[in-house]
Design a protein around this ligand. Structure first.
Ligand SMILES: Nc1ncnc2c1ncn2[C@@H]1O[C@H](COP(=O)(O)OP(=O)(O)OP(=O)(O)O)[C@@H](O)[C@H]1O
Length: 987
């Protein structure tokens, strides 16, 4: 027996390649269809990147107030706490904003105010919570307040996002549009007045020219990847899950387990071939995507790695799916559902999506695409260092996404193996739940040297074997403390009526059906997993592969059992002729007739180097010649193997059987050589008479016979034939009796007289009984003890059924189905409930409201970047100096913007080469332009970059703080933004 894995790897590889070759046309159609779909998407969405320059108009205070702070009847400003200082400041603010007194509401504390804001406000409301308001003229102390707005749902986390918002959304500045900036500006400005400080400076808010890309492009990588993933899921289901489950359903998977302990190589090669296949396909598609510029500037290798890891993890997941189903029908439905589930999570933004990211490869893959898309939108190269960078707040690092996909591949593979052992499906060897804790699991199995055992040595020993089946309210006893042996180099024929339990017993030997108790020792081994591959098994139903020819079948199984390819091929050629399949050498399994399939199954059972052959009714469906050929083969095989055969042909049993075992009522009724059984049965000879009218002449005939053989008895009468049993004890009188019968034949109405020895059939009928084993229509045996209600007979007379009866019959059929297939019914009935609950959960998760911490408005949250200061006239150097200091304190760089030409800062940035402009804007937080200043008052124009979301707010805060510090060096303005709530889906 070959135990090295490499030759078997090649054998299984070849088997699985043959499957592909046989299914090449449908597979090609699927691939061409999918490839075409992806190519179509790339082609129609391909638009060479077009850049547009956009900029805001500059807005001064007045414009900010008029455009972005219109007060309607429903709009209110809440403030807390209600102190004298606050009221003083609020008076100034009121005057500045020009909003009527009744639109202000004061509260004692911020909690009450927030509650009111949430519950009462129907329009656009603001809440100002003064954390610290230094009294006018007091020394030092920060002016600290926080703002909330009822109508802004933007998350402060967005501020960390750096550049999650893509360029074309840059004008969607909620802070400005909602009036937040106006209120902040007015509060700061009035604070100067309140503190009697110099306030004659003006602020404009503007936006830098910005690049906008064509909007489709900003999601192209994600959409393309999602389409790839959906297509891949469908391909995976049809070309991976379904064929794999099909092998299980056909019994092939378990059959291969019987043949070789290395049958896992089947799954491995199945996996590898498909991995290469899918990987090649997706790489080709990715190359196509690269030429259609869908990857933008993302390095091809990083995207390819993401795709390859995704394929690996999803295939592993598909393996896991396949272990859950034993039928193709359920696998198609269940597989589809299980492959769709991850997409549902990708719409949900909650803790569930974080779990899904770790659990499902699709979610991890989509997360990876999102990271790439962000880079792509930034027009930036994805270098090695970016693998470890957090691209945006809350997103994973690319390296971790790779790791998660690898982890998932391993996790699914381990789970697949575990579930495959614990829930092996029909015919599989079930292991205990904690088998991995048992040290025996890791021990190497001993190989026995049984080959040298002499004839007559016991190959299979069955002791005290018990087995019962319980179906509905009946139980069927298959083995009742059964003891039996099968000898080496002998043929043992197992006889029994239909349903006697022959097949079940063979299945118990093979480990396909678990025994209740007792011992089965095969080749000195008790562990099924150690001996099952020593047996060549031909089950009652032919197992074959539709995509292999007869020759390939025999060659494949002979190779699995240790033969080299050449030996196997030669052996297959000779056996095909012997099996009568010489003319069908290159015919596919699916094209064979029933009898031919049976012969092929027989060939598979005897192929290769096994020690025992177990054949379950090998000759059923064979014609006379084939049956005789089969006998020749088995008699030849007997010289080297132990053979156990079941048959319903007594002639066959007589020819083949060295030992005949008759099974009935769960026990071995008798066993021995055919002749021995005949003698032991003591039935005697059988006299066959053909009589015209036996009923009329019975007494006369039997009187004559009894005068010679007193114990003779009528066996049966099938008119006009009568069988009479003549015991061996009166052998000496037979010739005289026959002579007398011959003489009186005419007067007794006898036309022919013949006599034969006891047949095996007689022995069988005597041992097994004639009726006791016959199955009842509901599949249980008549001898089986009745547990509850008796079997009800249907009325025999024919009455035309009414519509109501028909309806009842259909209802009964449906009800029986529901009862028998309760698990399936339960799953099917629960699907709508599960889907509804899933939809409710999704809807809930999409609208979940979360509270977030308040966020101080500080430029330091930008983490990096440059703020340019443009002050060509060099007015107010102390202001510029202070602003610079503040910028640097926030960890950003302050740079002087040099100008050319007409000193226009916007033109300056426009002067940049377009390809450099994107890079330039990436690093620029904003520009503070002092060019509008006059000798009387400083005027600052703040340009913020759309790439740096809301930098306008921070810049304004910075400018105000700088101005305050100039007058009161020890104080600062500390503004905090408190989001009222955040809808998770709007992350
Ligand atoms: N999985 C099962 N669950 C319940 N009953 C079963 C199961 N498998 C077999 N049986 C019952 O066990 C009995 C023996 O079946 P088995 O197939 O072993 O008979 P057999 O001797 O091989 O019959 P045949 O000669 O018709 O092939 C039958 O009554 C059958 O209905």
């Amino acid at each position: 027996m070959g135990c090295s894995w490499s030759p078997l790897f090649i054998v299984f590889l070849r088997k699985n390649l043959l499957y592909l070759r046989c299914n090449i046309i449908p597979l090609s159609c699927i691939l061409i269809g999918c490839g075409g779909l992806l190519w179509g998407y790339l082609h129609w969405t391909f638009q060479p990147a077009r850049y547009q320059l956009e900029e805001f108009e500059s807005k001064n205070e007045l414009a900010l107030k008029q455009l972005y702070f219109p007060a309607n009847d429903e709009d209110y400003i809440y403030y807390a706490p209600k102190t004298q200082d606050v009221e003083t400041l609020l008076d100034l603010v009121r005057q500045d904003l020009g909003i009527a007194q009744e639109h202000y509401r004061a509260y004692g504390n911020s909690e009450d105010m927030q509650m009111e804001l949430e519950l009462q406000c129907r329009g656009s409301c603001f809440a100002i919570n003064f954390n610290n308001l230094p009294s006018p003229g007091s020394v030092g102390g920060n002016f600290s307040y926080s703002l909330s707005a009822s109508h802004m749902r933007l998350s402060p986390k967005k501020r960390f996002v750096n550049d999650v918002e893509i360029n074309h959304q840059k004008d969607d500045d909620d802070y400005i549009r909602a009036g937040f900036l106006t209120l902040q500006n007015i509060l700061d400005k009035q604070y100067f007045k309140y503190q009697n400080l110099a306030t004659n400076y003006e602020v404009w808010v503007s936006s830098m020219p910005n690049l906008e890309v064509v909007s489709m492009d900003s999601h192209r990588l994600i959409y393309f990847g999602t389409l790839c993933s959906i297509i891949f899921s469908v391909v995976l289901l049809s070309t991976f899950v379904v064929p794999f489950v099909e092998e299980k359903q056909n019994g092939l998977k378990e059959f291969l387990n019987l043949v070789t302990p290395m049958s896992f190589l089947n799954g491995l090669t199945f996996f590898l071939i498909r991995f290469v296949f899918y990987a090649t396909f997706l790489l080709i598609v990715l190359i196509l995507a690269y030429f259609y510029q869908a990857l933008n500037q993302i390095c091809f290798a990083y995207v390819a790695i993401l795709y390859l890891l995704y394929i690996l993890a999803t295939m592993s997941y598909a393996y896991l799916i396949s272990v859950c189903f034993h039928s193709v029908f359920y696998a198609k439905i269940g597989g589809l559902v299980l492959l769709i589930i991850p997409y549902v999570f990708s719409f949900v933004q909650s803790w569930a999506s974080s779990v899904a990211y770790v659990m499902f490869s699709t979610n991890a893959f989509l997360e990876g695409l999102d990271v790439f898309q962000t880079f792509s939108n930034k027009h930036r190269q994805f270098a090695g260092a970016e693998l470890f960078r957090e691209i945006k707040y809350g997103s994973s690092r690319m390296f971790w996404i790779y790791c998660v996909l690898i982890f998932q591949s391993i996790m699914y593979a381990v789970l697949y193996n575990y579930l495959g052992c614990v829930f092996p499906g029909p015919g599989g060897l079930k292991r205990p739940f904690f088998f991995f804790l048992d040290p025996k699991t890791y021990q190497k199995r001993q190989r026995n040297e049984y080959t040298t055992a002499p004839r007559g040595a016991q190959a299979i020993i069955i002791t005290e074997l018990c087995k019962k089946f319980r179906t509905g309210n009946r139980e069927t006893i298959i083995s009742d403390n059964l003891n039996m042996t099968i000898n080496n180099k002998e043929i043992t024929v197992l006889l029994g009526h239909n349903g006697a339990g022959k097949t079940t017993m063979m299945n118990m030997i093979m480990g396909l059906v678990p025994k209740d108790s007792g011992k089965i020792i095969v080749c000195s081994e008790r562990d099924v997993a150690s001996y099952r591959h020593l047996i060549g098994f031909c089950p009652q139903h032919s197992v074959f592969m539709s995509y292999m020819t007869c020759h390939q079948h025999l060659e494949f199984f002979a190779q699995l059992r240790g033969a080299s390819r050449r030996e196997a091929s030669e052996w297959a050629d000779t056996k095909l002729i012997k099996l009568g399949l010489g003319g069908k050498r290159d015919e596919f399994g699916r094209n064979l007739s029933g009898g031919m399939k049976r012969r092929l199954s027989l060939g598979i059972a005897i192929a290769g180097n096994t020690k025992i052959v177990i054949l379950d009714e090998p000759s059923s469906g064979l014609d006379i010649n084939s049956r005789r050929d089969l006998w020749d083969i088995l008699l030849l095989l007997r010289k080297e193997k132990a053979i156990l055969v079941t048959t319903h042909y007594m002639e066959e049993a007589e020819v083949l059987g060295d030992t005949i075992c008759i099974l009935a009522n769960g026990r071995l009724q008798c066993s021995g050589a055919p002749l021995e059984l005949k003698r032991r049965s003591d039935i005697g000879y059988r006299l066959k008479l053909e009589v015209n009218d036996f009923t009329f002449r019975e007494n006369e005939i039997m009187q004559l016979i009894h005068s010679y053989v007193p114990t003779a008895r009528v066996l049966n009468v099938v008119k006009p034939t009568v069988y009479v049993c003549l015991p061996y004890a009166y052998k000496s009188t037979f010739h005289e009796m026959l002579h007398k019968l011959e003489m009186k034949a005419t007067s007794l109405g006898i036309s022919t007289i013949s006599m034969t020895d006891t047949s095996l059939e007689d022995v069988f009928l005597k041992c097994a009984g004639e009726q006791d084993q016959v199955d009842t229509p509901d599949g249980s045996r008549t001898d089986a003890p009745l547990l509850s209600a008796p079997y009800k007979r249907l009325p025999s007379q024919h009455i035309a059924p009414s519509l109501w009866q028909l309806w009842l019959a259909v209802f009964y059929k449906k009800w029986t189905f529901l009862r028998n297939e309760w698990l399936y019914s339960l799953i099917m009935l629960s699907i709508p409930v599960v889907c509804d609950l899933g939809a409710l959960f999704t809807m809930h998760a999409m609208s979940v409201v979360e509270y977030e911490e308040s966020l101080p408005l500080k430029l330091s949250q930008m983490q990096s970047g440059i703020v340019y200061i443009h002050n060509p006239k060099l007015y107010y150097p102390d202001v510029e100096q202070q602003i610079r200091r503040q910028i640097e304190l926030n960890g950003l760089m302050a740079k002087t913007m040099e100008t050319r030409g007409n000193n226009d800062v916007k033109n300056e940035s426009l002067d940049l080469q377009r390809e450099n402009l994107a890079d330039f804007l990436q690093n620029v937080v904003g520009i503070i332009d002092m060019d509008r200043s006059t000798e009387d008052s400083p005027a600052l124009e703040i340009f913020f970059s759309g790439n740096r979301y809301h930098s306008s707010v921070d810049l304004l805060n910075l400018v105000d703080s700088s101005m305050l510090k100039l007058s009161r060096p020890e104080s600062d303005i500390d503004t905090t933004y408190v989001p009222i709530r955040r809808f998770v889906s709007e992350r």
